[in-house]
Design a protein around this ligand. Sequence first.
Ligand SMILES: [Zn+2]
Length: 359
Amino acid sequence: MDSLHLQHNPADLDSLRPTTDASASFDEHEALKAILLAGSAHFDIQTVASISTRSPSFPLYTASIGSRDRQAPAVGFFGGIHGLERIGTQLILHYMRALLFRLEWDELLHQQLQQVRLVFMPLVNPGGMWAHKRANPNGVDLMRNAPQRAEQRVPFLAGGQTLSPLLPWYCGRPGAPMEAESAALLQVVRQQLASRPFSLALDCHSGYGFDDSIWFPYAKTRRLMAHLPEMFALKTMLERSHPHHAYSFEPQSNQYLLHGDLWDHAYDHAPPGNLFLPMTLELGSWLWIRKNPRQLFSRHGIFNPIKAHRTKRVLRRHSDLLDFLTRAAFAAPRWLPLAERRAQLMQLAMAHWRPRRTP
Ligand SMILES: [Zn+2]
């Protein structure tokens, strides 16, 4: 038996057919199912959890494609952890759809996929997205739900709170097991990504600041991560190969600290000796609001570009990043810094990302 399928259930293809009751589903979920159904000959599709709301329940899907060698490098693409941030899910769906079309003709893509594995989990919080809420159906903010606490003060409420699920940014009850969505995401990371010698992850969000940002651990501390030279190498490669993109690329803690960040947890629990580099893409949606201030009055508008042409531009622009990460994983032996070079990059990275002083 293929070890990739251990403990996962291959998805029932019938579950991928369109939902007839429109109130029991939503556009992104239907789009995901349509892509999986169209790509069922190419993707390994799994159901990793089932999420109940007060009405419909939603299977939590993952789709993987590429090398079945457990030693091959991999990239994971995640989205929809916050139910209001639809654009992150749409970005990954856009990429998956294009990937399926490229499979029909793109010989280089086929060669890439012989040596790299891609893992997609584009809609981590379907219950939240269905209900037009950031949190999951239990009122938990999944990106605050891992057990670890920040080492210093976090912003009031927004850094994660354990007061009430009725307030935003609720971490969940202290000591309680993680939510099904968080546990499923971490299991996918553990089994399909971090278990390999080299893997990357990109988790797509929106709604913070003016700039498009790429954040990496830690969120819990201003201490710098151990794999700073690798992150610095990746940042430099991205800037040089896509000079027209302006991502601010930094540790999450340069912005603010938070409790329970899932990527902190996943990074800290990667097996020693393996290299797992998680990143979060934050699409800077305040820019969209500046161009269209009426969006301020729509809950969705704050996190998502509303005009169709603007959505298209966002999807097009950031698809390059997903492609870049796939190439970077494929080519890891070529650019991963070793020995002396790694020590030099550590110096440069430390100077570049030196922790800011605690306010
Ligand atoms: Zn988010």
